[in-house]
Design a protein. Structure first.
Length: 526
């Protein structure tokens, strides 16, 4: 049959196993929750970026399209085609429409039905240009009557400056409705690049603005900016072609084979869409770092708890002898308490009960019962209290006796000065001091018939003593004729048990009152 220590050794190890398995499960659960949260954060962040880019793109398209429409209206209203100064007037019209300050445009131009550029916003005379072979001209010249759609080209070099631009164009119509040329605005690709660069995505993934023709106007892959890339094989493009306006994606790029998680959204103003994706490797790297941290914490926790287990076992072995000593001390303390209860409270109760048969003064009987109860409470206090100072012992007496005097009895006045830091009284000595003071106060309640009692404590620094007085203005008595019931011997006996040199002096005169003075010498000369 296992004893307690053997049982503890057999139980602690399974408990340790249970704890570390539970900790491991919590780590795995936390890692799973972390991955789900990271995926949700990525989807939310890429969605926000995609919607921001679409909003910026729609604003650009609306602004450029409004500019082209206004140029067409101005041309129809104010320009006579047969006028000899037509080209100069068209040139002035475009200059008037050119935005003030820094402009996102490379050039504004108007061409005739043969692709010959009639005017630009540059200085007159206009440069000699023919754009009949450009995508924008071919798009509009091939459109049927009534098709007034806006065309947005793939990135090309500006006709004059050579800078990369995207051409926005609309068709011009004669009074009969026939195709009569186009009006163009070249929008600098650098403006798209700036919008993407400001997002600070950089090496986290890929960002792009693409047309429904499958050609990216601009894109950033791991921080490298490019334009004109073919994205028709991209899985996101296939979702756009089937009519989806926006959505999440988790795909592997056909261009570089990298897996990306992100979001795409289609423009409401133009046949274009944007896509934002974070590299799966970036997300996984951040996740694995946290997983490695959790694994390290679990290993450390397991090692620490195992070490604690071994320490507990070692302490258990070392404390066996101390436990025996503690049991012996506990038995001795229990015997002491029982002895005090028998000799002190038991004897008081027995005497009090024997007097009840012929008792006529029930107030005195009640007060005596209260005194016995106080003694019992003080005895209980001594079980739990450690060594204490004289000041704390006096505070305990005040706490116990204040209520009894407040209910019915003489007025109790406390005059306790600041006392020095005396040596600590052992719990038993503190108990004897409290019981002595309780006895003195109880005598006042039972016998003095006093109106006022003063409880004072002061420090005699020259004598190195603490002086405690309990004085009343009651009936007093003759010391030579004092009966044992006054408890004076009990007070002297208890004070004699203090470890510090102590004395008890009692002064009393009939009709004047009584003073019990306890002097405790705490500073002992060498």
């Amino acid at each position: 049959m296992l004893n307690f220590d053997s049982l503890r050794r057999h139980v602690l190890f399974p408990i340790w196993i249970l704890i570390i398995v539970t900790a491991l499960w919590l780590c795995v659960f936390s890692a799973t929750q972390l991955w789900n949260r990271m995926e949700n954060d990525v989807q939310r962040e890429t969605s926000n970026i995609a919607h921001l880019l679409v909003s910026q793109l729609d604003s650009v398209v609306q602004h450029v399209d409004e500019l082209l429409r206004n140029i067409i209206i101005d041309k129809i209203r104010s320009i006579d085609i047969e006028d000899a100064s037509r080209d100069l007037k068209l040139n002035q019209l475009l200059k008037n429409r050119w935005p003030r300050g820094p402009s996102p445009f490379g050039m504004l131009s108007i061409s005739d039905k043969n692709g010959v550029v009639l005017a630009t916003n540059r200085d007159f005379p206009n440069p000699s240009l023919n754009i009949s072979k450009t995508d924008s001209f071919r798009y509009h010249s091939s459109r049927p009557l009534g098709d007034e759609s806006l065309f947005i080209s793939t990135p090309i070099a500006d006709y004059l400056s050579g800078q990369p631009v995207v051409i926005f164009s609309r068709a011009l119509r004669s009074l009969s409705g026939d195709f009569d040329g186009i009006v163009e605005a070249s929008y600098k690709v650098n403006n798209f690049i700036d919008n993407i660069s400001n997002l600070n995505v950089k090496d986290l993934g890929v960002v792009g603005i693409s047309g429904l023709d499958g050609i990216a106007r601009v894109s950033s892959n791991a921080g490298v900016i490019s334009f004109g890339d073919d994205v028709r094989k991209n899985p996101v493009f296939s979702q756009v072609l089937i009519g989806k306006k926006e959505g999440e994606f988790d795909t592997i790029s056909t261009r570089d084979g990298k897996r990306r998680i992100g979001f795409f959204a289609v423009s409401k103003m133009a046949p274009m869409y944007v896509f934002v994706g974070y590299n799966y490797s970036y997300i996984a790297s951040a996740y694995y770092q946290v997983v490695a941290l959790l694994a390290g914490l679990w290993l450390v926790f397991s090692a620490v708890t195992f070490g604690a287990l071994r320490m507990l076992q070692k302490i258990g072995q070392l404390n066996q002898q101390k436990q025996i000593q503690l049991l012996e001390a506990t038995a001795s303390e229990r015997q002491r308490i029982l002895t005090q209860m028998h000799d002190g409270i038991g004897a008081s109760l027995a005497s009090h009960i024997s007097q009840l048969d012929h008792c006529t003064d029930w107030i005195s009987a009640k007060n005596k019962a209260i005194q016995i109860l106080f003694e019992l409470r003080l005895l209980v206090d001594s079980i739990f209290l450690n060594d204490e100072t004289i000041m704390s012992a006096l505070a305990s007496v005040r706490h116990r006796m204040q209520h009894g005097f407040g209910l019915k009895g003489p007025k109790l006045i406390w005059k306790i000065d600041d006392l020095p830091d005396t040596p600590l009284l052992a719990s038993q000595c503190a108990l004897h001091l409290r019981l002595s003071l309780m006895e003195a106060l109880s005598n006042v309640l039972q016998h003095a018939n006093a109106k006022t009692v003063v409880f004072s404590a002061k420090h005699d620094k020259f004598a190195g003593s603490v002086i405690i007085d309990v004085s009343d203005d009651g009936c007093g008595f003759e010391l030579s004729k004092a009966v044992s019931g006054h408890g004076l011997q009990n007070i002297k006996m208890r004070i004699a048990k203090l470890l510090l040199p102590s004395t008890v002096d009692i002064e009393s005169k009939s009709g004047i009152g009584t003073t019990v003075r306890i002097k405790i010498k705490w500073l002992v000369e060498a």
